[in-house]
Design a protein around this ligand. Structure first.
Ligand SMILES: Cc1ncc(COP(=O)(O)OP(=O)(O)O)c(N)n1
Ligand SMILES: Cc1ncsc1CCOP(=O)(O)O
Ligand SMILES: [Mg+2]
Length: 531
């Protein structure tokens, strides 16, 4: 699986070695205790349409919680149709701007976009030698997303010989990679890995080759070569015309995450999931009449607005021991749903989900109403799997939905702001979207193989960790978890992981109370040891 990668692998650059890294927001000396913000400086061209270039960089960094200063290298006249003009600024002006910012403002990470001449590249490299920063992110802008060439051939040599050796990460798309490699043809993921390795030889510590334009692929596949491994990073291909500025945005978002203290891989994953969400939210946006529109970098402000009137009644610690019922198992062991629910409550379950795939609606509503009474008397929330109608009918505490069930935003509209919504997530992109849509928690799995849910992809402990590290919502792990392996799940110690959700290890057993108690005591032991 693409995510089977080492999470904390970060080859530091010579620039980085010259300045020790304290996450900017935490830095503060005895003399100056003012709050610092992670700071990215973008060195790029201005886009009059504001979908790409400096304008996109500032918005992307702002969305990631970083400050973004700007050195403008060129002024372009462009819109959603094409680039109508490029007016490079004099090298002296670029030098002056760089000096102004770098000499005063404690920049953490420099991100480059359009560098219109070898002279500007030289000015930048000299400035970086004079004012070292923690990391350099190079987006080798050579061709705009609309296909217009933005820089001369002679500049490519400047990238290869001067800038790339100083870069911590370079983020070419297929055309740019091909241009850097003298026209190499790139049509498969294997070609991309070969190209990334070749570009690595120019000196950058990491190469992220973006495969968005790869033919015949339903996924958006990027490859990250870190000098040792070529990681395939898969994302969703969002169908939209509003993709102008995705390259600038991705690179700026990576820079912002690095400025916040992330490793390269964490930064790339967070940036990819941010871009994916932004594209998704902006897919119907109508700005301009051309074939390629911009997207809304600040969509989270709206997502937040939509959910800001909510007073969630949900306590994330309730996810500690999450019991999920199964009608087939209850039938096999001759129990009613209510008996099963009462038994796991007696054993110490902290939240219950009724997952009754075969129940008829009338029976389901009736059973859910009785279970709700029981759960109320234990002070434990009761959620309904999939069935928003059943949750509404019995006034349950919430609903759990998966990626192919009703969308979270719709569920929220139906069940209102005070109810709990859980959503199944397998990737950081799912987790980002769950948060933006107004979910309360994430169920991540199957962590281990299970017979309880057919055709369910296993994400493993690595997949669980990746989701937890990127998630803003609390997470419960699910899938193949029981007394034998719950410890290994909770000992991952990842932030946001609040507990385990279990079906067969509780309900496909003779005594539900005993099994729930056994699991609970294991979870309590891990919690006590990691306090
Ligand atoms: C806590 C929790 N996490 C994940 C799931 C799976 O939900 P979904 O992907 O919708 O699959 P089904 O359960 O509907 O088969 C869950 N139920 N609970
Ligand atoms: C519902 C669900 N979602 C992901 S795995 C899974 C099944 C979990 O069941 P079990 O705990 O028996 O493995
Ligand atoms: Mg479902």
């Amino acid at each position: 699986m693409a995510a089977l990668v080492e999470l904390f692998h970060f080859h530091s650059s010579p620039i980085l070695q010259r300045r020790s890294h304290v996450p900017a927001a935490m830095a503060g000396s005895g003399e100056d205790r003012r709050r610092r913000m992670p700071h990215v400086l973008t060195v790029a061209g201005s886009d009059s349409g504001a979908g790409a270039g400096v304008q996109a960089d500032i918005k992307a960094c702002g969305a990631a919680g970083a400050y973004c200063s700007s050195v403008v290298t060129a002024v372009t006249a462009q819109n959603t149709v094409s680039v109508q003009g490029v007016h490079p600024l004099p090298e002296d002006s670029v030098r002056d701007q760089l000096r102004s910012v770098l000499s005063d403002m404690a920049v953490d990470v420099v991100k480059t976009g359009m560098l219109p001449s070898p002279g500007v590249i030289k000015v930048l490299c000299d400035s970086l030698r004079e004012f070292p920063v923690q990391a350099l992110v190079v987006d080798p802008v050579m061709v705009s997303t609309s296909g217009d060439r933005l820089t001369s051939h002679s500049t490519i040599a400047g990238y290869r010989n001067e800038l790339l050796p100083m870069a911590d990460i370079v983020t070419p798309n297929l055309k740019e990679a091909s241009a850097l490699l003298g026209g190499m043809s790139l049509v498969t993921v294997a070609d991309m890995c070969t190209a990334a390795k070749e570009i690595y030889k120019f000196g950058p510590r990491n190469v992220l080759l973006k495969g968005g334009d790869l033919p015949d692929s339903s996924d958006a596949i990027d490859v990250l070569f870190d000098g040792e491994n070529c990681h395939e990073l898969r994302g969703l291909r969002i169908k939209t015309r509003n993709t102008h500025g995705t390259g600038c945005t991705l690179a700026s978002s990576i820079a912002a995450e690095l400025a916040k203290g992330s490793s390269i891989l964490q930064a790339v994953q967070a940036a990819k999931s941010y871009v994916e969400s932004a594209l998704h939210y902006s897919k119907d946006l109508a700005i301009g009449h051309g074939p390629q529109g911009p997207f809304d970098h600040l969509f989270r402000l709206k997502a937040h607005d939509l959910n800001s009137d909510r007073k969630p009644s949900f306590n994330a610690n309730d996810l500690f021991l999450y019991a999920v019922t199964d009608s087939g198992m209850n039938k096999r062991w001759g129990r009613s749903i209510t008996e099963a629910v009462k038994a796991c409550l007696d054993g110490g379950a902290t939240i219950i989900q009724l997952r009754e795939k075969e129940a008829e609606t009338r029976n389901f509503v009736e059973a859910a109403t009785m279970c709700l009474e029981i759960c109320l008397s234990y002070g434990v929330p009761l959620l309904i799997n999939d069935r928003v109608d059943v949750a509404l009918a019995c006034n349950a505490d919430g609903v759990h939905v998966g990626q192919s069930d009703m969308p979270v935003s719709m569920v929220r509209k139906l069940i209102g702001p005070g109810k709990i919504i859980g959503v199944s997530c397998k990737t950081p992109a799912h987790a980002e979207k769950a948060w933006a849509d107004g979910a309360d928690y994430i169920g991540c799995g199957g962590v281990f193989p299970t017979n309880t849910k057919a055709n369910n992809l296993t994400v493993g402990l690595d997949g669980l960790k990746a989701v937890c590290l990127s998630s803003k919502l609390p997470v419960v792990a699910i899938g193949g978890i029981g007394a034998g392996n719950a410890r290994s799940v909770m000992e991952t110690g990842v932030p946001k992981l609040k507990g385990v959700a279990v079906v067969s290890a509780l309900f496909d057993r003779e005594c539900v109370v005993t099994e729930t108690r056994r699991l609970r005591s294991i979870l309590l032991e891990v919690a006590a040891a990691t306090k």
